[in-house]
Unconditional design. Structure first.
Ligand SMILES: N[C@@H](CCC(=O)N[C@@H](CS)C(=O)NCC(=O)O)C(=O)O
Length: 181
């Protein structure tokens, strides 16, 4: 298998962890986001990372990739078994990849990607808005939804990973979740 992407991406990290949990060997092809790389767009028209190639199959989007891995390689499940838990796992994965990533990884985007890749100044006003106003209600929701101890569905799965991965990026950019809240 070939995984195109960069390990610093919360979405690529998610797939790396899924592959590791399932014990699947792969080659990582370094691909940065926002490069307008015409060759890469032939396999991923959105130009986003990650993309996975497995034999003749090429698929994009971390959630689609993880669902494929689950179906093609059922060892070490990435999703819970019963329909209600599975639906909840999908929702939490969706939330992790949408609003949580937009905000938590948004801090990283401003403080790392803008100055280092896009050669632009970070928007610290936006970072302050994310930290002070936008993240707290989302964290309150997660606090109410998630168990006080342990993983969401007993074993570590994609719902845990999807919610956690953007906060790895936020931590790189100096943000820590307030454990007291
Ligand atoms: N829904 C996609 C999101 C992937 C994504 O947004 N990746 C970012 C890097 S963290 C990217 O490639 N951004 C470049 C762009 O938006 O052009 C997934 O889950 O794989």
């Amino acid at each position: 298998m070939r995984l195109h992407g960069a390990s610093g991406s919360p979405f690529v990290r998610k797939v790396q962890v899924a592959l590791a949990l399932k014990g699947l060997p792969y080659e990582q092809i370094q691909q940065l986001p926002f490069t307008r790389d015409a060759e890469y767009r032939k396999i991923n028209p959105l130009g986003k990372i990650p993309t996975l190639q497995d034999g003749g199959l090429t698929i994009c989007d971390s959630t689609v990739i993880c669902e494929y891995l689950e179906e093609a390689y059922p060892q070490a499940p990435l999703y819970p078994a019963n329909p209600a838990d599975r639906a909840r796992a999908r929702w939490l994965e969706e939330l992790g990849g949408s609003r949580v990533a937009e905000l938590a990884a948004g801090i990283f985007f401003q403080r790392f990607m803008r100055p280092m890749v896009l050669k632009q100044e970070p928007d610290e006003e936006l970072v302050a808005k994310i930290i002070d106003r936008q993240l707290p209600p989302l964290l309150d929701y997660l606090e109410a939804e998630l168990p006080a101890q342990g993983f969401i569905f007993g074993a570590f799965m994609m719902a845990d990973m999807s919610l956690m991965s953007p906060f790895v990026n936020a931590a790189y950019a100096g943000y820590a979740v307030d454990a007291q809240r």
